[in-house]
Design a protein around this ligand. Structure first.
Ligand code: FES
Ligand SMILES: [Fe+2]
Length: 377
């Protein structure tokens, strides 16, 4: 077991920081070690903007989503004025998790001793505390969290000193503005339990080298063109004829998003925004993979998908959309299984770092970003 200082020794990562075609991927223990995982929680997930959901999931006041960032429980809730807020999902009495799942509530009521918090986090009821010396409800509101949104995507940051979300995104929004995300509505979220490290999943999504092998029967090959990047992300364009969200069958796909320019009509955007969302936007829909670490060797993967409001209003939507869901379920199952198999292999004491192909430049981009966060002062 390595100490924090040993884990932060730059010598372990020198080969990761070389140019992609000279580099190695991260040492195998970065995908298995408890200490390295704790370092990532502290230096990555507690420092940067983490995706936590789409605003359209909480359309009305009182709608909430109890979720987590790398196991840290949080509440996302729309208040009476219509603003979406985030709070620590820990009761200010003795810490109990307040809400689970998703739903609508008029107040956030703790299941343990019934303390009740308003939708703005204020403690409004704490029966039985009348004799407690110096107790003032005003001092016991829920812990608020920084929440900012871009195009309906919600992000939380635990670090009071961090810059704005828009600074963090860099030029990512410029690449996908034509998809008109505020007009796209989430229609499904599917949750998968995958026995792999969170970086193994992110790396898988950021390389096209595996597509002709792992997705041979389902997707076929896809040739990716890397995008120039400014911000905490990396991404590629892939021709739409290779990336149609519907599997090749006789079904006529939905019409394209009305606002697209020629660029988006020709190529789909595949964007990995570190640390926990992989976003794909294509001509008629979008989907995302939200990566929720559950320790060094497990993730909960939430695959969300959405369509323009006009498409959802079509009479044939419920029927045709099943073809899209089938495509996603098929390809995600293929990725999940190979990621689990990779995890078994890197967990071996005999595993060694490997070299990368041209089609794996995205793996190096992910690994390089991780190393920069781990080594930052
Ligand atoms: S722990 Fe929440 S009311 Fe007691
Ligand atoms: Fe894949």
């Amino acid at each position: 077991m390595l100490s924090i200082d040993q884990l932060r020794d730059p010598k372990h990562y020198a080969n990761v920081l070389k140019p992609p075609l000279e580099a190695e991927n991260l040492p195998p223990w970065c995908y298995t070690d408890d200490g390295f995982y704790r370092l990532e929680i502290e230096r990555v997930f507690m420092k940067v903007w983490n995706f936590v959901g789409r605003a359209d999931l909480m359309a009305n006041p009182g709608d909430y989503l109890a979720t987590d960032v790398a196991g840290i429980p949080i509440i996302i809730i729309r208040d009476r004025e219509g603003a979406v807020r985030a709070f620590a999902n820990s009761c200010r009495h003795r810490g109990t998790q307040l809400l689970t799942g998703e739903g609508n509530c008029r107040a956030i009521v703790c299941p343990y001793h019934n303390w009740a918090f308003d939708l703005d986090g204020a403690l409004v009821s704490a029966a039985g505390m009348e004799e407690t010396v110096g107790f003032d409800k005003k001092d016991h509101a829920l812990v608020p969290l920084r929440l900012e949104s871009w195009a309906g995507f919600l992000f939380v940051n635990f670090d009071a000193d961090a810059g704005s979300l828009l600074d963090y995104l860099g030029d990512l929004p410029d690449h996908v503005v034509a998809y008109d995300f505020p007009n796209l509505v989430t229609t499904r979220r599917k949750v998968w339990d995958v026995a792999c490290n969170w970086k193994i999943y992110l790396e898988n999504q950021r390389e096209s080298y595996h597509i002709p092998t792992v997705h041979r029967e389902s997707l076929g090959d896809q040739i990716a063109t890397p995008l120039d990047v400014n911000g905490a992300w990396s991404g590629s364009l892939i021709g739409v004829e290779q990336t149609a969200a519907i599997l090749k069958d006789d079904t006529t796909p939905f019409p394209p998003i009305a606002s697209l320019t020629e660029t988006e009509r020709e190529a789909s955007h595949f964007l990995g925004l570190y640390p926990n969302i992989y976003l794909v936007a294509t001509t008629d829909c979008f989907w995302w993979m939200e990566i929720k670490p559950r320790g060094p060797a497990r993730i909960e993967l939430v695959v969300g998908s959405g369509f323009p409001k006009e498409t959802i209003a079509r009479d044939d939507f419920d029927d045709v959309v099943q073809r899209y869901y089938k495509r996603w379920d098929t390809s995600h199952d293929e990725d999940n299984r190979i990621c689990e198999q990779q995890q078994i292999g890197v967990n071996s004491p005999l595993a060694l770092p490997g070299r990368l192909a041209r089609r794996e430049r995205g793996v190096n981009a992910v690994d390089r970003w991780i190393v920069e966060q781990i080594l930052a002062d």
